[in-house]
Design a protein around this ligand. Structure first.
Ligand SMILES: [Zn+2]
Ligand SMILES: [Zn+2]
Ligand SMILES: [Zn+2]
Ligand SMILES: [Zn+2]
Ligand SMILES: [Zn+2]
Length: 146
């Protein structure tokens, strides 16, 4: 610190003292970085991150990805794919049809359970005191296509 600044205080021009060159953390002159979500002060070189500019699930600027706000494109009643990042999501409404076999109530697709899944389900059902979903309430399945 120069002696004048000691006597009179700094002469701030933005974040830097025009007399002695001391810097402070305010009055920065920010310049946006290209392709990154941060900006740099062209006077003192300080770097600060800025919030991402989200376009659905991806940042327009830095390309960061988040697992929310996807732009879903519906492929089938139970399948959708994100137009931005390509993530796929299945929302089958699996219903139990037979031991080890589920069928989707919406699209009719079947799903064979692995031995582990069967064992886990047997265990779950054995420990449930009351099984409230009556089989009589299960709606008719679409006719078999094969
Ligand atoms: Zn100064
Ligand atoms: Zn600065
Ligand atoms: Zn970003
Ligand atoms: Zn996405
Ligand atoms: Zn389905």
């Amino acid at each position: 610190m120069g002696w004048i600044c000691k006597l009179l205080g700094h002469r701030w021009e933005g974040c830097r003292c025009a007399r002695c060159g001391a810097t402070r953390n305010e009055g920065h002159r920010w310049v946006e970085a290209e392709g990154r979500c941060e900006h740099t002060c062209e006077v003192c070189g300080a770097v600060e991150t800025v919030p991402c500019e989200w376009h659905h699930c991806r940042c327009k600027r830095c390309g960061a990805q988040r697992d929310s706000h996807h732009l879903w494109l519906v492929k089938s009643p139970c399948e959708k794919v994100c137009r931005i990042c390509g993530q796929e999501k299945e929302t089958h409404d699996w219903r139990h049809v037979d031991r080890g076999l589920d069928r989707c109530a919406v699209c009719g697709e079947t799903h064979r359970l692995t031995p582990e899944e069967i064992a886990r389900r047997d265990e779950e059902w054995a420990t449930t005191d009351e099984y409230t979903e009556g089989f009589d309430d299960v709606p008719d399945y679409p006719p078999e296509t094969d």
